[in-house]
Design a binder for this molecule. Structure first.
Ligand code: ATP
Ligand code: MG
Length: 568
């Protein structure tokens, strides 16, 4: 490609709302253009990178035995009603209707459509397993589209769906996909971890996320310093918290606790360790058809993990309850506890508190707390994992110390079980001639998000630093001054030679000065530049390594062999 033919509108201006390097550089280097909130066009170089990532994903998916298809984006709402997700998916689902007032959705994910493809076409266990995937556009009306391609509303995903006769076969495919994803992210040159994950609105049982470790990640990942354990904080487990500090003793006595609002106030008042206090977090749970105030109880020196809390009560969303809502529910903020609550209040207790005694908890009376309370007399379904694991907690697998690190989710694999097939009556005949709902798995890769992730993983203060696997061009031949015939002619010759030998080469043949050309090289971030300038008179050119910015002088006699060797 010649730069004079390329549309690469580079600029010094970063978007006003851009805080992350990938967002700034993708726009500044002319890879993408924004045309609405969370909406981006891929310009020529962005498209090359996107296709390279897509090709790697496709190659690995194909070699795993999956079949590529392409489903439509506009989906009849009827399918989503059959699965029960039309209402349950919440605000991210863009609902629309046609001229005849039929309801549709823009596909945010395609379980419903793929089940509809397979149902009545696969009828026997003999036709299973089957894995169908696509690499296409998704639309999610994200509450906060931001960070450029990392969280768009329209984005490109590889989504795969597998169908099985039983759980065992589903698990085999799940493991195969973990291996496939490891190959994909390794080929992309990324530093990643596969972590235990929450399944979110997609549902199902086991799931794993693939996280690229990056300071700017939106996700918190818990990692063990001693074993392989790693999990998204939304799903992280820990060994039960203990203490050597002595417990306060009293027999479920009620104490007046003036001005004790926070956990620290209570601990200070009784001169005890906050380990022995309980914290009651009041939330408003929003369901499809109602809202209600719900209470979550964790140890005083723990925090509530919101995703775990949301899963516990099965709400579409959890929000803070207003003062009035708390009052109306009959709760006393600052003095809430599980004992003596109004009858109709739903509450959950962290499982680590089960059967604990000698606790101090709110007495549900203004400025009163119970001392020596025990968590025995509640039904089992009230106890559920609610705590946010934090740095310094102990690993449940090996006892090692847990730490927190940031990650960007680039892939997510799920074991769905029979959830969708059962809801949508997609069945096959098993070995015994019995009708059964398919077991399914689903597997996503954020293909357009990966374009940004490549830059988050590799950039400096001057711009992007692409690796060879994903760069739009491997070599940028910069003709310093196109008016100098010798320089231009030599540039043309090298360009042809390298192109013929299969190197992805760009010839910067623009009439610009040298300054903007080298600046563009640094901003766009091709791995190498070859500068043809004044040195040519002495028979020399200069090779620049974008990563180190090191310059090496090469004689024109060696340049072809050196470059071919470098980019072999
Ligand atoms: P997140 O927690 O980041 O919103 P998710 O759990 O909603 O992700 P999945 O439904 O598992 O995501 O989708 C599969 C993949 O699609 C994700 O791993 C991610 O890489 C990508 N993805 C999801 N939402 C977006 C988005 N808004 N913009 C770009 N890529 C996205
Ligand atoms: Mg999401």
């Amino acid at each position: 490609m010649r730069f004079t033919n390329l549309f690469a509108p580079t600029t010094k201006e970063a978007p006003k709302d851009a805080t992350l390097p990938s967002h700034k550089y993708l726009v500044r280097a002319g890879f993408v253009s924004q045309y609405g909130s969370g909406l981006y066009n891929f310009l020529p170089m962005g498209k090359i990178v996107l296709d390279k990532i897509r090709d790697i994903v496709k190659e690995e998916m194909d070699s795993s035995g999956a079949c590529e298809i392409q489903m439509g984006v506009v989906t009849p709402a009827e399918l989503w009603k059959q699965s029960g997700r039309y209402n349950a998916f919440g605000k991210e689902l863009l609902r629309l209707h046609d001229r005849k007032n039929n309801d549709f959705v823009l596909g945010p994910t395609h379980e419903e459509v793929v089940v509809d493809i397979v149902r009545n076409r696969i009828n026997s266990y003999k036709q299973l397993p089957l894995h169908l995937y696509q690499i296409t556009t998704k639309f999610r009306d994200e509450g906060r589209p931001r960070y450029g391609l990392l969280r768009g509303r329209e984005f490109i995903m590889k989504d795969g769906y597998s169908f099985h006769k039983d759980e065992e076969s589903m698990k085999v495919e799940f493991d195969k996909m973990e291996t496939t994803y490891r190959k994909i992210f390794t080929r992309l040159g990324l530093d990643f971890r596969a972590v235990d994950a929450d399944s979110g609105a997609i549902g199902g049982s086991g799931s794993k996320e693939f996280m690229v470790l990056a300071d700017n990640g939106e996700d918190d990942i818990i990692v063990c310093n001693n074993c392989e354990y790693a999990a998204n904080i939304e799903a992280a487990k820990r060994a039960k918290k203990t203490t050597t500090v002595e417990a306060p003793e009293a027999d479920a006595a009620k104490f007046h606790t003036p001005n004790c609002i926070t956990i620290d106030d209570v601990a200070e008042f009784f001169k005890i360790d906050s380990f022995y206090t309980t914290k009651a977090v009041i939330k408003k749970a929003i369901y499809e058809d109602r809202e209600e105030v719900v209470l979550f109880i964790v140890r005083g020196n723990d925090n509530l993990q919101e995703t775990k809390a949301q899963n516990a009560c099965g709400a579409l969303e959890l929000v803070d309850a207003t003062e009035q809502e708390v009052k109306d529910a009959g709760l006393v903020a600052g003095s809430c506890g599980p004992i003596g609550l109004p009858e109709d209040i739903n509450f959950y207790i962290d499982s680590e508190l089960k059967d604990e005694k000698n606790l101090i908890c709110g007495a549900n009376e203004h400025e009163y707390h119970f001392v020596g309370a025990g968590m025995f007399n509640f039904k089992d379904s009230r106890y559920i994992d609610l705590v946010e694991v934090s740095a310094g907690d102990k690993c449940a697998c090996c006892g090692g110390e847990l730490g927190v690190t940031k990650g960007i989710e680039v892939g997510h694999i799920f074991q769905l079980g029979q959830k969708y097939a059962a809801a949508m009556e997609a069945t096959f005949l098993d070995e015994n001639g019995k009708s059964q709902a398919f077991y399914m798995g689903c597997y996503g890769v954020g293909v357009s998000r990966l374009v940004a992730v490549m830059i988050e993983a590799s950039h400096d203060e001057r711009g992007c630093i692409w690796n060879r696997q994903t760069t739009p061009f491997e070599l940028d031949i910069i003709v310093s001054n196109v008016k100098n015939e010798e320089e231009l002619e030599y540039g043309e010759k090298l360009y042809k030679t390298f192109k013929d030998s299969g190197i992805e080469v760009l010839l910067d043949d623009r009439k610009d000065r040298f300054g903007p050309k080298i600046k563009d090289f640094e901003l766009i971030g091709f791995p190498y530049a070859l500068i043809l300038g004044k040195g040519l008179k002495e028979g020399n050119v200069e090779l620049v390594d974008r990563k180190t910015l090191e310059k090496t002088t090469i004689s024109v006699d060696d340049v072809e062999s050196k470059i071919k060797e470098l980019l072999a």
